[in-house]
Design a protein around this ligand. Sequence first.
Ligand code: SF4
Length: 492
Amino acid sequence: MYLSKSQYMRGLQCPKALWLFKNRKELAAEPDQRRLNLFATGHRVGDLAKQLFPGGVEIEYRQSDYQGMIDETSRYTKGENVVYEGSFSTNGVFVRADILVKNGPVWDIYEVKATASTKAVHKPDVAIQWYVIGKHLALGKAYLVHLDTSYVRHGELDIQSLFRVDDITDDVQAEQASIESNLENLKAMLAGGEPDIPIGTHCKNPYECDFLAHCWQDVPYPSILDLCRLNGDRKFKLYHNGVVTYEDTRNHIDLNAVQALQVETALSREPYIDTGALTDYLRDVRHPISCLDFETFQEAIPRFDGQGPYKNIPFQYSLHILHQNGDLEHREFLADETGDPRLGLTRRLLHDIPDDGTIFAFHQSFEIGVINGLARHFDRYAAQLTALIGRFKDLEIPFNRLMYYHPDFHGSFSIKSVLPALFPRDPELDYKNLDIQSGDVAMDIFPHLNEIDDPDKKAALRESLLAYCRLDTLAMVKIWQRLNKTINSANE
Ligand code: SF4
């Protein structure tokens, strides 16, 4: 029986996850579009990194012919200097190495990741390759190849500058001492019944497990696991010691101010309002009030000049403008998906946004970061863009600084938590009525729009993007009005 590298890694994160994968795969969550996109990005980055070592031979993946792939690798490593996806097996474990490079009498392993840095989880990933391949070839060094986020594209893609190569040989060699015992433990575990492993921080770290729905089905909501600003290990320790519900926490742990508020409001069902602080916050708001929200995407491999790996590229905004007389205007921009969206967006934004008044954003550091990025990219618009920054006011502040706390926030101050808590039965303000319900989904859709041939499908997706962003800024208008009304009622 072969244990693949990814199965070994799954077993290191949680042996039960490996057991379930091997025996109860039907319980695993289907990968969502976001995860599928991550896989596709990983493949594209892996293919591109091969150009760092051109002229190699590739072992084609054949799902039902592992032995054929191993035999082919064995032949090529006798005559070639660069092998892509070389396949090996030792002690029941099967691995494929992204890039193997002959370096005198030894071979170096290059593992490619579509990440911005080398992470701790990459080291056991390469270590198991080293263990397996080292039984067949003399090895020299182990390297982790990842994207270099300091690279900015100008003209043709510069492959050498796009990637960084980190030498992780010492870490990989240090891991060797534990590999055989890890394998023995995993094999013994797989020979038995479903292991009894409690839920913990390992369920979401380093990767979110596919079996959450199965293992977490008895966790009540809300529970201590939803308590904000409490260390994950401590949460699970308390949970497994019977401190499960908010009620349980009252006599068992010291709560900080936010946690105490979260628990007390949840139990009383009464919101908490600091009228004085809220009045101060609202005092300097000036009309016309602009509520602004950007959507951005990130790409591992930059397409445009002035774009770097995983740098935010804004492609859309929604802008609601509330005038002193109560009139509400809406303006929006969604870029054409075929080119660099930044110039068109910048020009339209500077045209659409009023020359004065407060600019509300929810979690303003994101919107300000986008504006600063545009200002750096377009010298000619830099002064106009940076002049906007002093007018921003963060609409998240009344919530994350505890001027207004609603029991249904459950410790989260995102607009997706605040809006339904304040307007629970308003279908116009319900993200669940939209096709796109989160910025993560929007950022995955836009960069792939240009791959869609069906014009109706494309038009529908564009309309969904507009509806999603529009609700973000309408939500801000409604939240601001609700805060104002709250203060006016309190002062009557
Ligand atoms: S949900 Fe947690 S406990 Fe269950 S298999 Fe996954 S990692 Fe293990």
